[in-house]
Design a protein around this ligand. Structure first.
Ligand code: CMC
Length: 438
């Protein structure tokens, strides 16, 4: 880490000695004050629930400038990647730090596409679930279960093992997500086809049946590929931090990614795409565009707990660049399918316009995030609402793995162990039950 040419000094009003703290500079973004010695030297902790001001690691992978609405993977703007690269190219970049050359990409594609099958035993895990189980519940289980199949790649201190596990996870997630869908709808599982691209193969496993030939549509495959690119990584968000924290104890990568999937499921995080589409359905059901005003009033009411799903972000205080690209993709997909007049899309655009002009949202810098439009695109692709977050998990697996790998290779890596401000009872004696009063 590069030291800054200044220090921070922490002083106390209780007469305790003040403390100089080193400051480090990143290549871009805010400097950080290094507080690692704080407790040893002063006996106090810092307090930062929700990590509002805390950098938990140093990283070279993804950078977000929330004020500008900028997202960079390894320095490359997301707009350029979405325009020029496919998902596996982006995955290679996130994992290795550089964009691949043609032979490198060919080899990477070949390797990933030749690890797409899951152990035949895996289908019995699926058959143990209820047919109506939420796909995220299934995915937490089956991804965790992968660690029981691949004992040959579980030594996290061996870089080759880590690479093999990374490839397995990236290659098998589409198969597992598609199997979750097929199980839900009661159709036979469809085996992967390694001659197709990563995204085309996923569409094939989702929508083909043994009864008739299935031909993928290039526009729709490209739209899915773009969804995957836009969701591939997003710095130290809740699920990525979960993966890092789980991995910091030395847990195997399959278990760590299962932990990430569990965290992603929450409606404040990856579950927001599902929640956003359900919100649109709900407004539609109660009168559509005319009812937007009433809905916005509810959102602004502090006592209602209703949120405008797909709006707001901890880091972006400007339009989420992924939302812009997703809006564009939405136009392309609906155009291709002849659904220009899709009422949900119209409703979403009207809702966005009204919210962007409303002082409540303007003053809080609440803009659409990636989830606002991704649900409409996924619905148009034929993906059921309950699977939206599963698609997010599929894409984010690449980012999780890249971040996990970076953490394991970091010589400063330690088990993650936050401290607390204890506000419970001080020490007291147990009173025998017969003598306790209510
Ligand atoms: N609708 C209405 N009010 C909102 C919303 C929203 N979607 N988001 C934030 N606010 C208000 C919030 O009530 C608060 O108002 P006040 O200052 O009056 O108390 C203010 O804006 C600041 O919000 P916050 O909750 O302190 O912000 P946060 O950084 O803790 O939360 C968030 C960020 C994403 C959890 C939140 O904006 C939210 O719940 N959004 C809806 C869910 C969503 O779309 N999540 C997807 C995030 S992007 C994909 C991903 O990374 O997973």
């Amino acid at each position: 880490m590069t030291p800054a040419d200044y220090k921070a000094t922490l002083s106390f009003t209780n007469g305790a000695k003040s403390l100089d703290l080193p400051v480090y500079k990143g290549t871009i973004g805010p400097d950080v004050v290094d507080i690692r010695k704080l407790y040893n030297e002063t006996g106090v902790f810092t307090y930062d629930p929700g990590f509002m001001s805390t950098a938990a690691c140093n990283s070279t992978i993804t950078y977000i400038d929330g004020d500008k609405g900028e997202l960079l993977y390894r320095g490359y703007p997301i707009e350029q990647l979405a325009q020029n690269c496919d998902f596996l190219e982006t995955a290679y970049l996130l994992l290795n730090g550089e964009l691949p050359t043609t032979p490198q990409l060919k080899e990477f594609d070949h390797t990933v596409m030749h690890h797409t099958m899951v152990h035949e035993q895996m289908q019995f895990f699926y058959r143990g679930f209820r047919r109506d189980a939420h796909p995220m519940a299934v995915l937490v289980g089956v991804v965790g279960a992968l660690s029981s199949f691949y004992h040959d790649s579980l030594d996290i201190n061996d870089p080759h093992h880590r690479e093999v596990s990374a490839i397995r996870l990236i290659a098998k997630l589409p198969t597992l997500v598609a199997m979750a869908h097929k199980y839900n709808v009661g159709q036979p599982f469809i085996y992967p086809r390694n001659d197709l691209s990563y995204s085309a193969n996923f569409m094939h496993m989702m929508f083909a049946t043994p009864a008739e030939p299935y031909k993928t549509n290039d526009v729709l495959v490209r739209a899915l590929d773009r969804i995957l690119i836009l969701h591939a990584d997003h710095e130290q968000n809740a699920s990525t931090s979960t993966v890092r924290l789980a991995g910091s104890s030395g847990a195997n990568p399959f278990a760590c990614i299962a932990a990430g999937i569990a965290c992603l499921w929450g409606p404040a995080h990856g579950g927001a795409n599902e929640a956003a589409l359900n919100m649109l359905y709900d407004i539609q059901k109660h009168g559509g565009v005319e009812k937007i005003g009433e809905f916005i009033t509810k959102v602004k009411d502090k006592n209602s707990s209703v949120k405008l799903m797909g709006f707001g972000h901890r880091v972006y205080k400007n339009y989420d660049p992924r939302a812009k690209l997703m809006r564009e993709t939405c136009h392309e997909v609906l155009g291709e399918l002849g659904l220009h007049d899709d009422p949900l899309f119209k409703l979403a655009m009207a809702l966005e316009k009204i919210a962007l002009e409303d002082d409540y949202f303007v003053s809080r810098k609440l803009y659409p995030n990636v989830d606002f439009y991704s649900g409409i695109v996924q619905k148009a692709l034929g993906i059921p609402v309950s699977l939206f977050t599963g698609i997010f998990a599929l894409a984010r697996t690449v980012g999780w793995i890249a971040q996990w790998n970076e953490m394991i290779s970091d010589p400063e890596q330690k088990i993650g162990r936050p401290r607390q401000l204890f506000v419970g009872s001080p020490v007291r004696d147990v009173v025998p039950i017969a003598k306790r009063s209510a």
